[in-house]
Design a protein around this ligand. Sequence first.
Ligand code: NAD
Ligand code: ZN
Length: 256
Amino acid sequence: MKEQIDVLVELVEKSTCMVAFTGAGISTESGLPDFRSPGGVWSRFRPVTFQEFQASDRGRMDYWDRYLEFYPPFTQVQPNPAHLALAELEKQGILKAIITQNIDRLHHAAGNAEEKVIELHGRIDQTICLDCGLTLNTGIIIDRVKSGERAPTCDQCGGWLKPATISFGQNLPAQELEKAARWASSADLFLAIGSSLTVHPAAALPGLALEHNAHLVILNATATSYDSHAHLVITGQAGPVLAAVIERFGWSVRPN
Ligand code: NAD
Ligand code: ZN
């Protein structure tokens, strides 16, 4: 492990455009389980697709029913050393962008600037009207669902309200996807953290970075499908590894 951290430190030192790509695994040390692990949300019930949400009141009620269980853990979490290390790397001018599949806002909570974090799968703290685009606080809508409004609609236009997270069958936000592709193409160091690199199209980004001659580093607890293409694979927990990298520069991971 020490040798691998040495190599990563060297790559970070040499990099002029470092980009991080993060998945659910960066937030497990904050207490948010990834979905696919045993006991995760998806092993307990099948997600409601975007098409089912659009098709009927039944679909929208089922969707919000699941959200009642899904949402609360996200309101109680704090960034862990892995998030804090990335915030420090941004602060030091090394990390130029974070492309994330996460919806938990923990990169922002750690101190990364809003415009430096590209959220491919949306954000859980906001709910939007699918018709007029009105943006509301998800916690407030959850309270409305709890008080019996099982498929809440917009007070302004009557449209359907849906959390600003991307469902199965729903398109990823085109603008974010474009930004992500731009950053992946300009990176000279692309560090993928806590992602199985299986969910497309997000999982194509490491390939794009490689095509544009970036060094690809994968930091993940388990093997990924890109391991054989990576310049460096670190099999381990994101928090301790990234904290060790930061310490090597004489910096520290500190709460925002
Ligand atoms: P995923 O398929 O990208 O898998 C997560 C990976 O992280 C796994 O390979 C696992 O071995 C690894 N991992 C777990 N803990 C780790 C740690 N401490 N350090 C390093 N690696 C670790 O993610 P998923 O759970 O299948 O989720 C798919 C999608 O679901 C995400 O892309 C996201 O949109 C959403 N999701 C978001 C959150 C969140 O916002 N925190 C949580 C769960 C799921
Ligand atoms: Zn509306």
